[in-house]
Design a protein around this ligand. Structure first.
Ligand SMILES: Nc1ncnc2c1ncn2[C@@H]1O[C@H](COP(=O)(O)OP(=O)(O)OP(=O)(O)O)[C@@H](O)[C@H]1O
Ligand SMILES: [Mg+2]
Length: 418
């Protein structure tokens, strides 16, 4: 299993509520990202995006990783993994300092980011990301890298994502116990944005909605900067539950029926279409109108979109979305999900599938793999910026490591500009 040079390999481990998947990416000599393996298994031990049983989660992770190893022929010892759940909070913050010697130095940048970070973070939360959105030197805004610029006043706007310390530690623990090092933890919608959103969309203004099993993850970009992220603890599992109750059938059957016949917009279903509900045990199979199923699904999908809309409107973000909305995640596959979203948001909506990769493209050509493939792309970008922190249980990220990450990120922006 050692023929492949490990330095060219990045593994994304998406620990989702319904599935765990490990995706192996390899950098080609031409600089493209080639998917060379994927391992997937139903997820155990998670609820609403959060680990609730470490032993069960470890078993799922080990299994997914073993499949991915077999398929790729690579021994996997470290991963980039995601985080989500209702404990995630994100804010925009800003800081201002006086520039010391009339020319912006790294120490000025450190001070200004410290100032922006000085929002009260409760002791049970830790910072997962600090992403600079722009720097402002005197009256000049929209600066990505202010080093060396002349001025007297330096301001920074940042997006800060925090998560509960225990939830972060549990993810690291699950990986470590599965024999894996964690290169870094990435907020799931940020990972998904890397595989799903186009640069033009991020520039124009776009909302990404990743509707999974247990959570719905949101990210908003405009003017090439991240404006907002959030995680709502509702997803496709809630739809399945409603079907299970509405049709008096077990969850597993309800899930099958949903995937096979479900439609999020009942208006699209003809009045006379009938579907078969298979009998369980000695119960006979039943026939029901497909419209009835759709009438169970639609209100829940509406609720999901309403919560996203409220979340965006509360922050006045809707006017930014000139590039529309992109829906992804397994639940975006539901027929009518796109049409319902268009109606709900009154914006153009497209279905997002992973892009920007070669190799086993067909195997991951599904919105379910938005986060997994996104983690691979994110990992490659950040390894170039040396953002892999090798996290361990009980060892927090210190300020210095975060700061060096931000500096390196700026260096890569500069590289992009020339
Ligand atoms: N064809 C389909 N039609 C409707 N729903 C579907 C379809 N395929 C998958 N789903 C739903 O997608 C959900 C799983 O999506 P996904 O794999 O993105 O979630 P996850 O990453 O495991 O969970 P999360 O991100 O919420 O932690 C399940 O609720 C499943 O029922
Ligand atoms: Mg997911």
């Amino acid at each position: 299993m050692n023929e492949v040079n490990q330095r060219d390999i990045v593994v994304g481990l998406d620990i989702g509520t319904t599935k765990v998947c490990a995706i192996v990416g390899k950098k080609t000599p031409e600089g493209q990202i080639k998917i060379i393996g994927i391992g997937q298994t139903p997820s155990k031990g998670l609820r609403k995006g959060v680990v609730i049983n470490i032993d069960e989660a470890v078993l799922s992770i080990k299994r997914a990783v073993a499949y991915a190893e077999r398929m790729s022929g690579v021994k996997i010892d470290s991963v980039w993994t995601g985080i989500a759940g209702g404990h995630i909070r994100s804010y925009n913050s800003s800081g201002v300092v006086a520039i010391k010697n009339m020319e912006v130095s790294e120490s000025d940048i450190r001070r200004v980011i410290d100032a922006a970070k000085a929002v009260a973070i409760p002791p049970d939360k830790e910072i997962i990301h600090i992403i600079p959105q722009e720097f402002i030197v005197d009256d000049q805004s929209g600066i990505k890298d202010p080093r060396g610029m002349n001025g007297t006043r330096l301001e920074v706007k940042v997006h800060i994502v925090t998560g509960s310390v225990t939830n972060v530690q549990n993810i690291i623990k699950c990986c470590n116990r599965s024999g894996l090092k964690v290169k870094n933890i990435v907020l799931q919608p940020i990972a998904s944005s890397h595989s799903i959103l186009l640069p033009e969309e991020k520039d124009l203004g776009v909302g990404l909605i990743d509707i999974g099993g247990g959570t719905t993850d949101v990210a908003v970009f405009a003017s090439n900067a991240i404006k907002h992220t959030s995680v709502l603890a509702i997803g496709g599992d809630h739809v399945t539950n409603d079907i299970a109750i509405g049709l008096r059938t077990p969850f597993k059957e309800a899930e099958e029926i949903k995937k096979k016949h479900g439609c999020a917009l009942s208006e699209l279903v003809p009045e006379d279409e009938i579907i078969d509900i298979p009998g369980i045990g000695d119960r006979k199979s039943r026939q029901i109108p497909k419209k009835l199923l759709s009438e169970i699904i639609e209100p829940r999908m509406e609720e999901i979109y309403s919560l996203v809309r409220e979340d965006l409107e509360k922050r006045n973000l809707t006017p930014l979305l000139a590039g529309g909305i992109v829906i992804t995640g397994g639940s975006a596959l539901m027929s009518g999900a796109l049409e319902l979203a268009e109606r709900h948001f009154e914006l153009p909506v497209r279905l997002g599938k992973p892009q920007g990769i070669i190799g086993l493209k067909d195997a991951v050509d599904n919105p379910m793999y938005a986060t997994g493939v996104g983690l691979v792309i994110y990992g490659f970008t950040k390894e170039e910026e040396e953002e892999d922190l090798n996290l361990e249980v009980g060892k927090g990220r210190d300020d210095d490591s975060l700061f060096s990450v931000i500096l390196k990120k700026m260096k890569s922006w500069v590289k992009e500009m020339f």
